[in-house]
Design a protein around this ligand. Structure first.
Ligand code: BGC
Length: 982
C-alpha cells in the first residue's frame, strides 16, 4: 500500500504491547522504527500519540528517535486530552506537526483509535491488526484499509505533492477487494444524476438522494427526499387531456448547507474553482463521504470534507457533518443552513408537462440553539409533514470568538446563516441533524412537535454514527451473500444491490403501511408506484428478513377491498390487484404514455397485466414456506391467496369445443405484446405464464383451504364464502387448463405467437444502439412490436424463475401435457434469442434459466444484471431511481439459484452448482425460526445451525436422503456431481 500524505500519525494501539523481553526492543516495534525512518527520509512529518507510553518508554523501545512530535501519556494527562475514541490526542499531534487532518494518515491498532481518526476527519485511516483476524471489525469502525503490520507501507512523498490530498482515503486495496466502497473521482455533470441515485441513503422509512448538500434542484442535481408511503394526487391538463397521477412526494430538503469564504460567491461542488473532488459511499457503514478543494477568486483555498447518514438505528433521523479547512487563509466563513420546502416533483423529464406541486407550507419557525422547523401539507392526501433540523458549529480547538448566526424566514424555507471565524489549518466543523415525522406516524401528538423534540434530543454526529453503523452491521450479518470470486467489482455490485434493497425495505418498515416501490425510495421514476417487481424482492427477503416481507405483504392485504372493487367493476369475483399501485390500491397505471419520438400520446395497456395478483399470492406463499407463520396465514395470507384465486378462477372460461380452460384478454410480463397485430382490442389469449401460474395458484389455494379447515373446521362458507362447489371447479381447472405450444414442444407465449414474424434484432441494434424502448421506436416507424416475435423481457421463462423445472413439469403433467426434459433447453434457447431486455428484470431471469445448462452464458447475464444501474443500462433511467426488483433479483440469483435453494413441501432444499467464477459462497438463512449459516464450494455444502430454541427443520440436498437439522447442529455434505435440474 502506498502512502502519500503530508503527515503520518502512529496511534497508541498500532504499536505492540510493552514486552518485558529485550527482543521487543530489537524488533523495533515490528517495523514501526523502520517506517518512521523512511517517512523521515521522504520528508513526511511523523508523529506518535500514546496514552500508554511515556516519551522515555517510546525512546527506550527505539521508535521515537526519528519522530518530530510525540504526544504521550504525560501530555495527555497534563493537557487533559481525552483518550481515543475521542480525537483530541490525534488532533493535537496534527496541530503540533503543522499538518491538517485531511492531509494526514493515521495508523491505528484499536477500534477506539480508528474511531478517533475517523471522528477527527483524518484523510486516511489505516488499521493495524497483527492478529490478522480483526480486519472486518476495524473496517466496520471506519478503517479504509487494514494491514497486519506497518512494514508493508511504502512512502511516496512526491506523488503526494503532485496529487495533493486527493489520493488520501483512496479505494484502498483492502476495501476494494472487500467490495465495500462505491467511489467516484472528479466531477462529472452528465453522470451526476446516476451518482445521486446510487449514493442515496435510506433506512426503509426515509431516503435522501446522494446530491451535494450545497445543491438545489437544477439540470444536474436533484436532492430528493422521500418517505415510504407518502403519496399525493394531482390533476394536470396536457395537450387537451386531463391526467390524474398519484406520486411519491418529494419532501422538503433537509440537506441544504451552503458555504462561502467571506465576500465570495456561494460554492457549488460542480461550479468553478473546484478540484480533487471525490465521493465515496461506504456500504458497510451506510455513510456517504464527499470531499473537494475549492479555490476562490482571491486564491483562498479551502478543503471541504463531509459525511452523511440516514439513520438505520433511528429511522426518523438523518445527519451530516461538514468540515472546512482553510489552507492558506484566515478570516470568516459563511455557512447557510436551511430546510427547503420549495421543492416540487420535477425529476422526470417525461413528466414535465404534469403538475408537480404537491406541498403547501403550514408554518415554520426557529428553536433555541440552531434549530429550524417547517410544517408542510400535501395538497390532496392531506398528510402533514414536519421537518426539524438543528445545526451546530464547532470551530477548531474551541476558537475564542464563536460563530454568530442570522435567521431569515423566507416562506417555506427557514434558514440560518452562520458567520464563523476560521484560521488557516484549523478545521471548522458544522453538524446538521434532521428529523422527519408525518401525520401518518404513530405514537406522536403531531409531526412538527415530534420532529422538534427528536432533533433537540439528538446527540453529536458521532453518537448517531455509532448507533447507525451498529444497526447496519446487524443487517449485513443477516442479509449478505458473500461471493468468493477474484472480481472485486462483482462483490461490490452485489453488496451495492443489497445495500439499496435494505435502504428501501429495512426492518424499519415493520410498522409502516408501505409497499415495494419499483424504483425504491431513490427517485421519481414511475411516480414511486408499486408493481409486480415485489415478487423479486420478497424472494430475496423471505429467507433473510421475513419480518420485512410480512410487513410489505400487509400493504397488499390492506388494499384487498380496493382489489375486490376493481374485480367487481370488471365483472369478476375475488380481488383484482392493480398493475400500478399507490396509496389506496386503485389502479394508477396511466391510460396513455408519451412517445418523445413522435411527440404523441399512445395508449398504455399495461394494466392488462393481471399477473400482478399471481405475484402477490406467490410472495405470500413464499413467506409462509419460509416461516411457517400460520397466524399470518390465518389472519391475512389466506384471504389474499383465496381472493386472488377466486379472481383468476373467474377469469378462466371453459372452451366448449376443447373442454379446456382458457384465459383471454390479458397481457403477460412481456410488455411489447399488448394486442393482436392490427387490432385495437387490448390483451392476448392464453398467455402461458398467466395460465400456468393460475394452476399453481389454485393448487395453493386448495392447500390453504385445507390448512384453514384445520383451524376453523371443514365448512369455510361462513368465513370467505368458500363452498365445496367452488373448490371442485378449482380442482378441475388444475387438471384442464389450456397451455399453448408450438414447434418441438416449446411453450408458446400466447395463442398465435408462432404466427408472428421474426424480428431483425441485430439490424435494429445496429440502427438504434439501444432498443430497450422498442415499442416507441416501432411506433415512430408506424409499426408495432405486436407483429413480431420479440419480447421486452422474460415471459414464458418467468415460469422457470418462480418454479423449479421439476415443479413445472409436474404441473404440466397434471394438465395432461407431458414435457420431456429435452424440451426445456429448447424453450430457453427459443426465447433467449428473441428478447430485447427492455426491462432490467429480464437479465436476472435469463441468468437463472441458463444457470444449470449454460453456466458461462448465465454468468454473463448475471454480470449484466449487476451492471444494470451501475452502468445505467437503460439510458438515463437510473437517475430516476434504482431498479429495485432487478437489484433484489441478483441477490436471489447469487443465493437461491447458485445454491439451488427452494422452500417447498415444508423443507429447505439445496442443489448447489456454483459458477466456475465463484470458489465459495456463504450466507445466513433464516428458515422457520432457525438461523442457518450456509457455505458451499464446488464440492461441499456446510450447514451450521445457530444454537437457539427453534424446532428442527427438514433439509433436502439433491440426490441425498432428507435430513433433520437441529438448532446448534453442523453438517458437512459432500456434493455429488451436479444434479441436472431438468
Ligand atoms: C417492466 C415491468 C416492471 C416495470 C416496473 C417495466 O419496464 O416491463 O415488468 O414491472 O418496469 O419496474
Amino acid at each position: 500500500m502506498l502512502l502519500d500524505p503530508d503527515g503520518v500519525l502512529l496511534e497508541n494501539g498500532s504499536l505492540p504491547r510493552p514486552d518485558p523481553q529485550p527482543a521487543d526492543r530489537g524488533a523495533g516495534f515490528d517495523g514501526a522504527a523502520d517506517l518512521l525512518a523512511r517517512l523521515g527520509e521522504a520528508g513526511v512529518a511523523a508523529a506518535l500519540t500514546s496514552t500508554r507510553y511515556t516519551r522515555a518508554e517510546l525512546l527506550a523501545r527505539g521508535v521515537a528517535q526519528r519522530v518530530a512530535v510525540i504526544v504521550d501519556a504525560d501530555d495527555a494527562e497534563r493537557e487533559r486530552l481525552a483518550a481515543p475514541p475521542d480525537p483530541a490526542l490525534l488532533l493535537r499531534a496534527a496541530q503540533l506537526s503543522g499538518v491538517h487532518p485531511a492531509r494526514a494518515a493515521v495508523l491505528a491498532g484499536t477500534t477506539e483509535g480508528v474511531q478517533a481518526a475517523c471522528r477527527g476527519g483524518f484523510g486516511l485511516v489505516v488499521g493495524v491488526d497483527r492478529s490478522g483476524v480483526r480486519e472486518a471489525e476495524l473496517c466496520r469502525y471506519g478503517a479504509d484499509a487494514v494491514l497486519t503490520g506497518v512494514s508493508a507501507l511504502q512512502v511516496d512523498r512526491e506523488a503526494g505533492r503532485r496529487r495533493w490530498w486527493q489520493p488520501l482515503r483512496p479505494v484502498s486495496p483492502a476495501a476494494e477487494q472487500a467490495g465495500w466502497l462505491l467511489d467516484y473521482t472528479g466531477v462529472d455533470p452528465d453522470a451526476e444524476g446516476v451518482r445521486e441515485t446510487l449514493c442515496t441513503l435510506g433506512n426503509g422509512y426515509l431516503a435522501t438522494r446522494g446530491a451535494a448538500s450545497e445543491a438545489v434542484a437544477d439540470q444536474r442535481h436533484y436532492p430528493g427526499t422521500y418517505l415510504a408511503g407518502i403519496f399525493n394526487r394531482l390533476r394536470s391538463r396536457v395537450h387537451g387531456h386531463i391526467h390524474e397521477d398519484e406520486s411519491l412526494v418529494n419532501l422538503p430538503n433537509w440537506l441544504l448547507l451552503q458555504w462561502r469564504p467571506e465576500a465570495a460567491p456561494w460554492v457549488l461542488p460542480s461550479g468553478p474553482g473546484i478540484s480533487d473532488y471525490r465521493q465515496s459511499l461506504d456500504l458497510r457503514a451506510g455513510v456517504l463521504h464527499h470531499r473537494y478543494r475549492h479555490v476562490d477568486g482571491h486564491g483562498r483555498a479551502t478543503t471541504v470534507v463531509s459525511k452523511r447518514l440516514v439513520s438505520m438505528a433511528a429511522p426518523h433521523l438523518a445527519a451530516l457533518e461538514m468540515t472546512f479547512v482553510a489552507e492558506n487563509w484566515s478570516g470568516t466563513l459563511q455557512v447557510r443552513s436551511a430546510v427547503d420546502g420549495r421543492v416540487t416533483n420535477g425529476q422526470v423529464a417525461e413528466y414535465e408537462p404534469l403538475a408537480g406541486h404537491h406541498l403547501f407550507p403550514e408554518g415554520q419557525g426557529r428553536d433555541g440553539s440552531g434549530g429550524l422547523w417547517l410544517r408542510m401539507r400535501t395538497s390532496q392526501s392531506r398528510v402533514d409533514v414536519g421537518v426539524a433540523t438543528r445545526t451546530r458549529v464547532r470551530p477548531a480547538g474551541g476558537a475564542p470568538d464563536g460563530p454568530c448566526r442570522r435567521a431569515t424566514m423566507a416562506r417555506a424555507r427557514p434558514q440560518e446563516t452562520y458567520i464563523i471565524p476560521i484560521r488557516e489549518g484549523e478545521p471548522v466543523r458544522v453538524q446538521k441533524a434532521a428529523a422527519y415525522y408525518t401525520s401518518r406516524d404513530r405514537g406522536i401528538t403531531e409531526p412538527v412537535a415530534a420532529a422538534r423534540q427528536a432533533v433537540a434530543q439528538v446527540g453529536s454526529f458521532t453518537d448517531l454514527l455509532t448507533a447507525h453503523v451498529r444497526a447496519w452491521r446487524r443487517l449485513w450479518e443477516r442479509s449478505r451473500v458473500e461471493l468468493h470470486t477474484s472480481s472485486s467489482a462483482t462483490v461490490l455490485a452485489l453488496n451495492l444491490h443489497t445495500f439499496h434493497l435494505l435502504a428501501s425495505t429495512s426492518p424499519n418498515v415493520v410498522d409502516l403501511d408501505a409497499g415495494v416501490g419499483a424504483r425504491g425510495l431513490h427517485g421519481e421514476g414511475y411516480h414511486g408506484h408499486i408493481f409486480w417487481d415485489e415478487v423479486f424482492v420478497h424472494r430475496a427477503l423471505a429467507l433473510h428478513l421475513p419480518e420485512v416481507s410480512r410487513a410489505l405483504l400487509l400493504y397488499r392485504w390492506r388494499r384487498l377491498d380496493a382489489a375486490r372493487r376493481a374485480a367487481a367493476a370488471a365483472g369478476y369475483q375475488g380481488a383484482l390487484f392493480p398493475w400500478q399501485s399507490g396509496s389506496d390500491g386503485r389502479e394508477e397505471t396511466p391510460s396513455e404514455v408519451y412517445n418523445p419520438r413522435t411527440r404523441r400520446w399512445m395508449p398504455d395497456r399495461t394494466a392488462y397485466q393481471r399477473h400482478v395478483g399471481l405475484a402477490i399470492a406467490y410472495s405470500v406463499w413464499q413467506y409462509y414456506q419460509a416461516t411457517a407463520d400460520v397466524n399470518f396465514l390465518y389472519t391475512y395470507g389466506a384471504e389474499l391467496i383465496l381472493e386472488i384465486a377466486r379472481f383468476f378462477a373467474d377469469l378462466v372460461r371453459e372452451n366448449p369445443t376443447t373442454g379446456r380452460y382458457e384465459i383471454t384478454r390479458v397481457m403477460g410480463p412481456d410488455e411489447l405484446h399488448d394486442a393482436y397485430p392490427g387490432t385495437d382490442v387490448p390483451g392476448l389469449a392464453n398467455n402461458a405464464y398467466t395460465n400456468v401460474m393460475t394452476v399453481w395458484l389454485l393448487r395453493r389455494a386448495l392447500d390453504v383451504a385445507d390448512l384453514l379447515a384445520c383451524h376453523y373446521g371443514p365448512d369455510l362458507t361462513d368465513l370467505l364464502g368458500l363452498g365445496e362447489q367452488e373448490r371442485v371447479r378449482w380442482r378441475r381447472i388444475t387438471t384442464r387448463m389450456y397451455v399453448p405450444w408450438h414447434g418441438a414442444q416449446i411453450i408458446s407465449q400466447f395463442d398465435g405467437y408462432a404466427d408472428l414474424r421474426e424480428f431483425d434484432v441485430s439490424g435494429y441494434l445496429a440502427r438504434y444502439g439501444d432498443i430497450s424502448r422498442l415499442h416507441l421506436i416501432l411506433a415512430a416507424e408506424g409499426d408495432s412490436p405486436n407483429r413480431y416475435r420479440i419480447g421486452k423481457q422474460a415471459d414464458v421463462l418467468m415460469l422457470l424463475y418462480l418454479l423449479s423445472a421439476e415443479e413445472l413439469r409436474e404441473l404440466l403433467a397434471g394438465l395432461g401435457y407431458p414435457w420431456p426434459r429435452a424440451a426445456l433447453p429448447r424453450t430457453v434457447d427459443f426465447y433467449s434469442g428473441r428478447v430485447s431486455h427492455g426491462s432490467t428484470l429480464s437479465r436476472v431471469v435469463h441468468a437463472w434459466v441458463h444457470a444449470r445448462a449454460g453456466r458461462a452464458i448465465s454468468w454473463d447475464y448475471f454480470m449484466e444484471a449487476l451492471a444494470a444501474d451501475l452502468g445505467d443500462s437503460k439510458s438515463g433511467s437510473t437517475r430516476e431511481g434504482i431498479h429495485l426488483g432487478a437489484m433484489a433479483g441478483t441477490l436471489d440469483l447469487a443465493e437461491r439459484c447458485y445454491l439451488g435453494v427452494e422452500i417447498r413441501e415444508d423443507a429447505l432444499w439445496f442443489n448447489p452448482r456454483l459458477p466456475r467464477e465463484v470458489s465459495k459462497l456463504h450466507t445466513l438463512l433464516t428458515y422457520r425460526g432457525q438461523q442457518v449459516h450456509v457455505t458451499a464450494d464446488q464440492s461441499v455444502l456446510a450447514l451450521v445451525a445457530s444454537p437457539c430454541a427453534a424446532a428442527p427443520i427438514t433439509v433436502r440436498v439433491a440426490g441425498q436422503p432428507p435430513l433433520r437439522l437441529e438448532a446448534g447442529e453442523q453438517r458437512s455434505i459432500a456434493l455429488k456431481p451436479a444434479v441436472p435440474a431438468m
